[in-house]
Design a protein around this ligand. Sequence first.
Ligand code: PGA
Length: 218
Amino acid sequence: MSPYTLVVLDFDGTLADSFDWFCEVLNGVADRYGFRRVHPDETEALRGLSASAIVRHLGVPRWKLPAIARHMHALAARDIDRLHLFPGVPEMLADLAAGGVALALLSSNTQGNVERVLGAENAARIAHYACGASLFGKARRLERLVGRVGVSPAQTLCIGDELRDLEAARAVGCAFGAVSWGYTRAEALAAAGPDLIFADPAAITASLGLAGRPLAPA
Ligand SMILES: O=C(O)COP(=O)(O)O
């Protein structure tokens, strides 16, 4: 039996392998919105920082963030065929849903992009969607989501790949599990003291006490 009745999943970097794509489009977005370009040598250092530290480092004016996010999500929609789930994610979603855990998805990305990358079968396993959260607006959306589902924060495990995901979970009083394969480096997440750290999607299933199963052959 899982100790959590609700699992709230982040999308980019947690379920979807979008980081290489993100790096490819970022400098075009920098030119368009007038912030600093990222040199490939800088990427690893930036993966150790929080989103707000990255925003400061790149000199992105905060007031431009909503327009930048809209533009990035339009680029993601354009390039949607290049974005895929990480190996093991469909099995993890299936096992969690079959184990009786309610699944929710909380993302800054659009529901259209999320559903297209998930595909119909995976999308149908997620009972609650809270998409389009602003970059730093996840706590508010999470609080509303938990209320809508009707569970307590103590029964809720949030899973994400960024420090802003951890901060949102903490602000609402939910447990947080960090994934080690996302945008933020695992050491930076570990330093912030998540409740759990997952090495791969099957570890999520296992930590919830739900039967894992071998990955489908590639
Ligand atoms: O696409 C984004 O803006 C980031 O999305 P995420 O919240 O799922 O990480």
